[in-house]
Design a protein around this ligand. Structure first.
Ligand code: NDP
Length: 263
């Protein structure tokens, strides 16, 4: 299927590893030019070089912390200077949390609000006006199954991802008259380096290997009995951002191996 994405420009936050990297590579394989951001500048630069070499697309690498408003301004300015605008925005940068509601201070709530919600608000507010003269575009917010089915150890993650999903719905209604489709993605278990690192830490000195630990998590939660590869999320995300998904507006898509328990 030709997705009709050749020559488009996509901004991907957190594009240096995991889901963001897989989505960036998925776009590049379709001939999409990229603007990638992440905090670790050298890892980001390495990824940008590899994608350029592998796919022959332009890749702008902007080291930036999306939880900081000034960094977002710098990112948008760089995109404007390099490409004159953008057609696609994949708000992806984010991470899990670990706390109890009774123990977490305001600062922690505020940080995750900036990272998971305000980054998407600020980038959408800045980039949507640049999409309109190009004929519209697509914004996809990477939330999580935890937006509706919370994990007990990370209430701040659950709450801020839920807010991101509602933000997506509101933004979709506001932007569809301008030809910009906004949606949210709720992945389940995705085997990224972060999960592998956590598994290694939790199984250090124990009889269970880190691979067995991950298998137990998958068996306990996902009816499919395994984690997704990042590419399995990326294929869905790239399609959703393409003109072939032209009637997909304001929805939330679960890609979770059956984990969501519908009541
Ligand atoms: P990873 O930890 O593998 O990658 C996160 C990416 O985001 C990296 O490129 C990281 O680079 C970047 N990043 C993190 N914080 C910031 C920041 N403040 N500013 C800019 N970039 C940042 O994460 P995943 O691929 O696992 O997750 C990606 C998204 O998918 C997250 O929003 C996560 O909540 C969501 N998700 C993940 C699931 C999973 O099972 N893996 C399941 C459901 C949702 P750097 O550290 O250099 O900044």
């Amino acid at each position: 299927m030709d997705l009709g994405l050749t020559g488009k420009v996509a901004v991907v936050t957190g594009g240096s590893v995991g889901i963001g990297l897989a989505v960036a590579r998925g776009f590049a394989a379709e001939g999409v030019h990229l603007a990638l951001c992440a905090r670790d500048a050298s890892r980001l630069a390495g990824v940008a070089d590899t994608i350029r070499a592998d796919y022959g697309v332009r890749v702008l690498a902007v080291p930036a912390d999306v939880a900081v408003a000034e960094n977002i301004e710098r990112l948008v300015q760089a995109v404007q200077e390099e490409y004159g605008g953008a057609d696609i925005l994949f708000n992806n940068a984010g991470t899990g949390s670990e706390e109890t509601i009774l123990s977490a201070p305001d600062e922690k709530w505020q940080h995750y609000w900036e990272l998971h919600v305000m980054a998407a608000v600020r980038l959408s507010r800045a980039l949507a006006p640049l999409m309109i003269p190009r004929g519209g575009g697509a914004i996809l917010n990477n939330a999580s199954i935890c937006a509706t089915q919370p994990l007990g150890y990370e209430p701040i993650y659950n709450v801020t991802k839920a807010a991101l999903v509602m933000f997506s719905k509101c933004l979709a209604n506001e932007l569809i008259p301008h030809g910009i489709r906004v949606n949210a993605l709720n992945p389940g278990l995705v085997r990224t380096p972060d999960w592998e690192k956590t598994a290694r830490i939790l199984t250090e000195g124990k009889a269970q290997t880190w691979e067995q630990y991950l298998q137990t998590i998958a068996d306990d939660n996902a009816p499919i009995g395994r984690f997704a590869k990042p590419e399995e999320i990326a294929d869905f995300a790239v399609f959703l951002c393409s003109p072939r998904a032209s009637y997909a507006v304001g929805s939330t898509y679960y890609v979770d191996g059956g984990w969501l328990r519908v009541t």
